[in-house]
Design a protein around this ligand. Structure first.
Ligand code: 0WD
Length: 254
């Protein structure tokens, strides 16, 4: 099957080959999508380029989501390269390491703002600038975590940012539905990636999931990738404003 053949999709948030965005890209590429990867800065450019080179027809473009001019430039480049855009994969988050441990009550004003800017507002900013390219309808997806709904140890300000992200998904879905553009989130179980390294005691979180999740194991990036493929494809055409759990069922028991 070629579930996303002929679809032009931008994938934001590949940092290395363990990134969730990379697994999503693998699933999309296996089903015929044409991909553009964005990278945050020169620090990761080479790494992202090497990965992109392994996928036929994939290209890369710079975009630091905290810089409006970068997002404008991305929109312009995508317009030139593709004309029409069908999908956006947003797999980006950041909070300072020192705010991902200890008490949430100690969160600083600028740490709070930074986490929200990169992890939540960036979805709005990117959707705002890119949805006009989705003239044939489209699908936008982002990545969230259970810490949006529950007070989870050490997740702290990132949980608040994910709650804002999930609410943004609903408001964006309501706005963009009239253009046949769907907006959804995947709530993944914990996965050992670069971003996860910032979270204190991550090993014990993984262990709890192995013990308690109905599937009795942790989540694999490829499982998230295949759900993202579903969300980018025609198969999910009736779904918008939704948070889909890919967590081995942990959220129903944890
Ligand atoms: O357990 C996990 N790993 C889970 C992750 C469980 C549930 C959700 N998620 C979410 C994360 O919160 C994030 O939204 O999935 C998304 C992807 O995270 P990941 O794949 O776990 O982590 P990683 O490989 O580090 O990718 C996140 C990337 C950044 O990596 P680094 O580590 O360099 O900060 O987000 C990108 C960057 O590539 N990023 C930015 N991109 C553009 N502009 C920016 C920025 N300003 N900041 C971070």
């Amino acid at each position: 099957m070629n579930l996303v053949a002929g679809k032009n999709i931008v994938v934001m948030g590949v940092a290395n080959d363990r990134s969730i965005a990379w697994a999503i890209a693998q699933s999309l590429a296996s089903q015929g999508a044409r991909l553009v990867f964005t990278y945050e800065n020169e620090r990761v450019e080479e790494r992202v380029r090497k990965l992109a080179d392994t996928i036929p027809n994939a290209t890369i473009l710079p975009c630091n989501v905290t810089v409006d001019a970068d997002i404008d430039q991305l929109a312009e480049s995508l317009r030139e390269q593709f004309g029409v855009l069908h999908g956006i994969v947003h797999s980006i988050a950041f909070a300072r390491t020192e705010e991902l441990e200890g008490l949430f009550v100690n969160t600083s004003r600028d740490g709070f703002a930074l986490a929200h800017d990169i992890s939540a507002y960036s979805l709005v900013a990117v959707a705002q600038k890119l949805y006009p390219l989705m003239t044939e309808g489209g699908s936008i997806m982002t990545m969230t975590y259970l810490g949006a709904e529950r007070a989870m140890k050490n997740y702290n300000v990132m949980g608040i940012a994910k709650a804002a992200l999930e609410a943004s998904v609903r408001y964006l879905a309501n706005d963009l539905g009239q253009f046949n553009i769907r907006v959804n989130a995947i709530s993944a179980g914990p996965i050992r990636t670069l971003a996860a390294k910032g979270i204190k005691d991550f090993n014990s979180i993984l262990k709890t999931v192995e013990e308690k999740a109905p599937l009795r194991r942790t989540t694999e990036t490829a499982e998230v990738g295949d759900t993202a493929l579903f969300l980018m494809s025609h198969l999910s055409r009736g779904i918008t404003g939704e948070v889909i759990y890919v967590d081995g069922g942990y959220h129903i028991v944890g």
